[in-house]
Design a protein around this ligand. Structure first.
Ligand code: UDP
Length: 315
């Protein structure tokens, strides 16, 4: 298929673009490189360096079989400080993209949604039909895009799949996480053995979990990429489907740090600090729907995520 990957200069977009090329697809990346890196775009893909609003129409006019839409602002804290920016970049630019798809009759889209659409869960594991009550503008803007996708599917016959990611980690060879502002736990822990930090902070030790720290569901970026390829094949005209993507297993912050110690062989001092505002105690996905419908299963464990991330950041 001829595919447009928005945000293909970013962490997840670049890994998926690489896997799409390996599967024999033709890939064009559309990315303004505001947070991504031009050198992260796989060499077999063409890069159009522009915003969706500026360029989606012209690019899609060439004729495409599908879009994988990763381009977004994705920092929860920043979204609370600048909600307008998140509504504009996430929802506004997505509307421009969807409208260009409608005009140029692009039949399918796979969208990067997020566990943040659910907010504080009433129960775990979270299933797709659970209430969506995002607690920040980032999650709210992503949920709004899911809603618009459902509308565009119904009104214009586009086939859409929203994949709601839980905690993505790991790397794929030379493709990995390179955020200027790094908030995620695994890259932050690995900064200690890398010599960039003295210690890692544990945000809260008084949660109602077995060891008092938050529990999250980690998924390897390569397993995540596999789900995108399956979702692309599964897009059905006029339908919008939502699938959670996690491993169904939870690891506490302390357990993640322990795995990082094992993998790197370094002591990695940890300093216990206060909670980070807005962090739910436990977030675990039920991935039963995507397993049943698309035959997807995670194949890589937390140790492999940390080992691949560690190899990536040292290279
Ligand atoms: N966390 C931490 N120290 C850090 C970064 C994150 O204790 O330096 C915790 C954070 O409070 C959360 C978990 O690790 O409970 C996962 O955070 P991350 O930002 O990686 O992902 P999130 O679940 O917020 O999307």
């Amino acid at each position: 298929m001829k595919l447009l990957v928005t945000g293909g200069a970013g962490y997840i977009g670049s890994v998926v673009a690489a896997r799409l090329l390996e599967a024999g697809h033709e890939v064009v990346v559309l990315d303004d490189c505001s947070t991504g890196h031009a050198d992260a775009v796989p060499s077999g893909a063409a890069l159009v360096r522009a915003t969706l609003r500026a360029a989606a129409g012209d690019v899609l006019a060439e004729g495409f079989d599908g879009v994988l839409h990763f381009a977004a602002k994705s920092l929860v804290g920043e979204s609370v400080e600048k909600p307008g920016l998140y509504w504009d970049k996430n929802l506004g630019e997505s509307l421009a993209l969807l409208d260009a798809m409608r005009v140029h009759r692009v039949p399918r889209i796979v969208f990067s949604s997020t566990a943040a659409t659910y907010g504080e869960p009433e129960r775990t594991p979270i299933v797709e039909t659970d209430p969506t009550r995002p607690t920040n503008p980032y999650g709210a803007s992503k949920l709004a895009i899911d809603t618009v996708l459902a509308e565009y599917a119904r009104m214009y016959g586009i086939g859409g799949v929203s994949l709601r990611y839980f905690n993505v980690a790991g790397a794929y060879g030379t493709y990995g996480e390179r955020h200027t502002v790094e908030t995620h736990i695994i890259p932050n822990v690995l900064k200690v053995p890398l010599g960039e930090r003295e210690s890692v902070s544990i945000f809260g030790t008084d949660y109602a979990t077995a060891d008092g720290t938050c529990v999250r569901d980690y998924i390897h970026v390569v397993d995540l990429a596999t789900a995108h390829l399956l979702a692309l094949e599964a897009c059905a005209p006029g339908e919008h489907e939502i699938f959670n993507l996690g491993s169904g297993a939870g690891y506490s912050v302390r357990e993640v740090i322990d795995v990082c110690r094992e993998v790197t062989g370094e002591p990695i001092p940890a300093v216990e600090g206060p909670r980070r505002p807005g962090d739910p105690a436990v977030l675990i996905a039920s991935s039963a729907k995507i397993t049943e419908r698309l035959g997807w299963k995670p194949e890589r464990d937390l140790r492999s995520m940390v080992a691949d991330a560690w190899a990536f950041i040292r290279s």
